[in-house]
Design a protein. Sequence first.
Length: 268
Amino acid sequence: MIDLRSLSFRYRQDWVLQDISFRIEKGEFIGVIGPNGSGKSTLLKTLCRLLSPQKGEVLVNSTPLKDMKQGEIARKIAVVPQEAYSLFPFRVVEMVLMGRSPYLGHLMFEGSKDLEIAKKAMDWTEILPISERSVDELSGGERKRVFIARALAQEPEVILLDEPTANLDIHHQVDFIDLILSLNRERGLTIVMASHDLNIASEYCDRLILLRGGKIYKIGPPREVITRENIEEVYGCKVWVDENPISKMPRITLLKKGEHSIETLERD
Ligand code: ADP
Ligand code: MG
């Protein structure tokens, strides 16, 4: 579905992404993890041509991304940005309808079909009851759902999410990520999610890409990527990795400085 070939990118002189190659299969749920500044957001931006790599290329269904028209990209790939703000107090329904713009003719008027699709997107994301409210007076969790609905109204094949659970309380984190998972499992959407939350990434993603300094340090299923060695090496802090007793997926616990519980536990 999406094929990255030896992609490198720099904003100024230093390379921020270096020689990134991997392939995203249709219907996969991929997590991109790594410390601050490791290149997660930059990588997502190259996947929808918000940024164009200086070396290498991105292919979408075998077509080079650089040869595609902007509207064509938007009909395939939707982005939910990290900072889901709006500077203008649009109503929720107006915001969601913006997702239809890649499909509108040159007059840019939405028709009844567009409104129908926007309504469906608001129904899936459970924001129909707030569809007439202004986006700037919603809670963080509600606003995130509006941006997901806008992405869904685009009827894309792929959704790119940058730190979707940051700033959400645990209830809204689970709600939100369960919604993403159902879009993936039930509607076959391909998901690429950058996340700081290693436990969420471990629980939900089919495969993880661990970035360090703009390079792929490790790529594979969570069990191969979320190991004590990998995480300590890349993040430079002590962690304890065991198994979530319910899901059996790797689970990370942070350790205080000087805490020697790993060694103690291992000895016992
Ligand atoms: P992450 O999302 O993993 O925290 P980013 O992709 O945002 O990392 O950033 C990777 C590197 O690129 C960082 O060193 C950051 O300072 C730099 N960077 C990000 N955006 C810009 C920009 N617009 N101009 C110049 N450098 C940038
Ligand atoms: Mg980022």
